[in-house]
Write a protein that binds this ligand. Structure first.
Ligand SMILES: *Cc1c(COP(=O)(O)O)cnc(C)c1O
Length: 420
């Protein structure tokens, strides 16, 4: 019996997060034994070049020495106290120093918690219940964010999962990404307290917002007195050191973080302007708490990561060059094989579409050929290249990846392209 079959006897679907089950690409997921730098090995000893990197966090690759040492040192002092520690202050300082428009931060344990808490705070601050989110953006699995469009965009959301009462999603308005008119319609329809968006959307493959669109979104939020939340759980410290801020220069009222900020340990955070953040308990009335929040081991991993990024800011250019090399190589191979292909690269993030046009929103992303992606995924995995098991995910370059790794990936795609 395969370990995946055994896993399914004890763990629902054999996995602790659904995408890992390979449902949208078929086949069985390899069970991972260990990782080192840009590589992982499964329990059968097969080696893969890892373009997932734990879905983003490991920008320096697996078992980076600096981060590993920070974690070990922290573990030796005790894994958890549920009391304040200095490392939380150190990480808070390092993060806030990067963003002149963010005054205060709160650490939590996941991206889901960060966005859920940020929205509660924004609602508490404005006293308005309705929120706007965008089709194709993912902000974790809290109830009010698990919505799909009722009948097209600019409608109040209907739950996208059983178990979420319609009453919980009736305050969530859905707008279309990169379409400011759909946002205007939402503002006119509801009493909107906040807008949450991935300024660089990484959960419908990679679709960056247009700069003009984000600028207009900022103006609309100011006009209506709504809190603008940038969800940078994925793009933070990944698209660039300051996430979307370096790319667009647009200041959100609140920003949520996750993934890289924990260096591979479970950390999320939300930060914002003082007047908003001071509405949070224990200073203000909006409740939020966590037994393991600000955990010293997780904070130490995050601190080592952020410090290393800040002292090596040139890595982003390097990572982007590699991502571009990979994507332009794939583009060339695709053209040679009459495969419709388009791509985006921002910093260490890349996303590609088997689609004749470059998508700007979720509807257009959905026109991509996901069957072809599944075939691509299966064949590349067999050859030892670990891409996301879904066409709707972003790929990641880590610092240990070499030009040779990239070239091998392109050559392998060239070899299998005729079969997809
Ligand atoms: C991953 C992700 C989340 C959810 O974070 P978890 O740690 O998985 O709960 C939220 N928002 C964005 C943009 C993400 O990419």
């Amino acid at each position: 019996m395969s370990i995946f079959n055994e896993a399914q006897k004890y763990i629902v679907g054999g996995v602790n997060s659904p995408v890992r089950a390979f449902k949208s690409v078929g086949g069985e997921p390899p069970f991972i034994e260990k990782g080192k730098a840009q590589y992982i090995w499964d329990i059968e000893g097969k080696k893969y070049l890892d373009y997932i990197q734990s879905w983003g966090p490991l920008i320096f690759g697996h078992c980076d020495q600096t981060i590993e040492e920070a974690i070990i040192e922290a573990v030796k002092k005790g894994v958890s106290f549920g009391a304040p520690t200095k490392v939380e202050v150190d990480l808070a300082k390092e993060v806030l120093e990067l963003f002149p428009h963010l005054d205060l931060i709160r650490f939590v344990n996941s991206g889901t918690e960060a966005t859920m808490s940020a929205i509660r705070l924004a609602r508490g601050y404005t006293g308005k219940d309705d929120i706007i989110k965008f089709e194709g953006c993912y902000h974790g699995h809290s109830d009010s964010l698990l919505v799909s469009a009722g009948s097209g965009a600019a409608t109040f959301g209907v739950p996208s999962s059983p178990g979420v009462p319609a009453d919980f999603t009736k305050h969530t308005l859905l707008a279309k990404y990169n379409d400011i008119d759909s946002v205007k319609q939402c503002f006119e329809k509801g009493d909107v307290g906040c807008v949450i968006i991935e300024p660089i959307a990484g959960n419908m493959s990679l679709v960056p917002a247009d700069k003009e669109f984000l600028g207009e979104l900022r103006e609309l939020c100011d006009h209506y007195g709504a809190v603008l939340i940038f969800d940078e759980v994925m793009s933070g410290f990944r698209a660039s050191l300051r996430g979307s801020y370096d790319v667009y220069g647009i200041k959100a009222d609140m920003v949520t973080f996750g993934k890289v900020i924990g260096g591979g340990m479970p950390v999320g955070a939300f930060a914002g302007k003082k007047e908003i953040m001071e509405k949070l308990s224990p200073v203000g009335p909006v409740y939020q708490a966590g037994t393991l929040s600000g955990n010293p081991v997780a904070m130490s991993a995050g601190l080592a990561t952020i410090k290393k990024l800040k002292s090596n800011p040139e890595i982003y250019k390097n990572l982007e060059d590699k991502a571009k090399k990979l994507m332009s190589g794939f583009d060339k191979v695709s053209k040679e094989n009459q495969i419709d292909f388009n791509y985006n690269v921002i910093g260490s993030m890349f996303g590609f579409f088997f689609n004749p046009k470059l998508p700007k929103n979720f509807d257009e992303v959905n026109e991509s050929d996901t069957k072809r992606y599944a075939a691509f995924h299966n064949k590349m995995l067999k050859e030892g290249f670990y891409f996301a098991p879904s066409a709707y995910e972003t790929g990641f370059i880590c610092t240990p990846m070499t030009d040779e790794d990239i070239q091998n990936t392109i050559d392998t795609y060239s070899k299998i392209a005729k079969e997809i």
